[in-house]
Each structure stands twice: as C-alpha cells, then as structure tokens.
Design a binder for this molecule. Structure first.
Ligand code: 6PG
Length: 265
C-alpha cells in the first residue's frame, strides 16, 4: 500500500471555483476540448511534457471525440495520460473507461503508448481489485518526482454523477474517508459494476487544475450542492475536490446552477 506524502490536502469548503457555461452538451464538450488544447499548448511551450487524467462517463467520451477531431492541435506524443478511476473489467470490455476513450478516438491523437497508463484489468493482477489499486499506485509513484507519490497532473477531468460521485468515490462509501493512499480498490460500488479502482480524495486534490464536466438536468442538484454547500462541510464527493491551482466547473444549461455563485476564497 502506498501512503500519500506531502499531499497538501486540507479539508474545507470549495475555494476559487470557476464556472464555465455552454448551452448544450455538444457545445460544452467542444469548449472544454478547445480550452484543453490551449492549456496543453501553453504547458508544452514551457515544458517537455504535460500530464492529464481522463474521466469516464459520456462527457469524457464527448471531450475525447472533440479532441480527436483535431489531433494535430497538440503534440500528443509529449502528453501523459492517466485514468482517475476504472471499472475492474477485462481489457476491451465496453464498460471500461479506457475502452470508451479508445472508441471515442483516443487512438487518433498520436499518443506515445509508453505515456498512456491504463488501470490494470483482472487477469493482470490475480483478479484482485486491491492488487490492481496497489499496482496503479506504484505506476503513479514511478512517474512522480523523487519523494512524491503522484506525477504532477496538469489537468484532471472528472464527470459527476447525479448523486455527486466523482471518479469512483460515492457518497457515504468508506473509500471517501481514505486519506493515506493514492488508489483504492472497491468491491461494492453502489453503481454497477461493483468492482472498481479509484484515486482517493487527497490524490484527486493533488492535480493542478480540476475540471468537472457536467451535463444534464439530473446533475443540477449535485452541482448546486457541490458549489453551495455550507462552508466547512463536504456535502457530496464532488464538493470535496479542488485543484491546487484552479477548480473549474464546465456545465451545460441543464446542469447549471441558476446564478453565478459568489466567489469563494
Ligand atoms: C461511472 C461513470 C460515472 C460518470 C458520471 C458522469 O464510473 O459509473 O463513469 O462516474 O463519470 O456519472 O457521467 P456523464 O459524463 O455521462 O454525465
């Protein structure tokens, strides 16, 4: 098991959240993909490599489709890719997040395969979801700077469930309380499939920029609760995740809160 050291994670209310609105899900995906392209271009101008973490869900797929429509916009060979959670299913299973990303166009980006870090599948770790979590934590540590447990993640994208779950951290689940590990295995996810691997809250909060990608009226309540929860509380998992540099909520009209939230600091 791998402990998070130097996590820099402090419990507390969301701070410095930004809201980016689009009318429709398609426009939201296009806007997020366009901003990601600009962000990665800026980073790759200054550094040799950039790192992002992908999300599952239909918004993750929509953003991947938008990115893969313009593969030349970024030098993807210098971009590292991780997944913040995965369904513990065989390779190629249609419900795996990496399969859905592949089918949405990941393969067209021109990534360096050595920089694409899929979560283990059952036959790679004795069908043990906890071993899979440990194995991924080791991969993350191997890519991290000396003394760190995680690589610097420039942009972490997260879908949000109607219940406010992010990655595979569900409201009320014991995995939410884990603060000394980077990844955990789950055997009883309330949303199928039951077996998953997920980054923990402190690991998610290590990303420089956290982007929530949220579409649909069924998520409006989760967005409102994450942004308007009473100060000092973490009403739902999404409300507990903040980026080290920024936290941005990309929402379509159906998911958006009625008014721009007042700034928090
Ligand atoms: C899962 C889903 C889930 C998803 C959100 C948002 O692991 O069961 O992937 O976490 O990301 O429910 O889904 P949409 O992007 O489709 O709104």
């Amino acid at each position: 098991m791998t402990a998070v050291t130097g996590a820099g994670w402090l419990p507390g209310p969301p701070r410095g959240h930004r809201l980016r609105r689009a009318a429709t899900k398609a426009e939201l995906a296009t806007a997020a993909a366009s901003r990601l392209t600009d962000q990665l271009t800026e980073i790759l101008y200054r550094r040799k490599t950039a790192t992002i973490a992908l999300t599952g869900g239909s918004m993750g797929e929509a953003v991947m489709r938008a990115l893969s429509a313009h593969p030349g916009a970024v030098d993807w060979s210098r971009v590292g890719l991780w997944w913040s959670d995965e369904r513990f299913l065989p390779a190629g299973h249609p419900d795996r997040n990496d399969t859905q990303a592949r089918d949405a166009g990941l393969g067209r980006l021109g990534l360096d395969p050595t920089r694409v870090h899929r979560l283990p599948q059952p036959d790679e770790c004795a069908d043990d979801v906890h071993l899979a979590a440990e194995s991924y934590a080791k991969d993350l540590r191997a890519a991290a700077a000396p003394g760190r447990q995680l690589p610097a993640v420039d942009v972490l994208m997260l879908g949000v469930g109607p219940d406010g779950h992010v990655a595979s951290l569900f409201p009320g689940h014991p995995a939410l309380a884990v603060t000394d590990l980077v990844c955990v295995g789950i055997e009883d996810s309330p949303k199928p499939p039951p077996r998953r691997v997920t980054w923990t809250l402190p690991a998610l909060c290590q990303a420089d920029r956290v982007w929530f990608l949220v579409s649909g009226a069924d998520k409006a309540d989760a967005v409102r609760r994450a942004l308007d929860g009473p100060a000092g509380t973490r009403p739902i998992p999404a409300g507990a995740v903040t980026g080290r540099r920024s936290t941005t909520w990309w929402v379509d009209a159906a998911a958006a809160p009625p008014a721009q939230p007042t700034g928090r600091s």
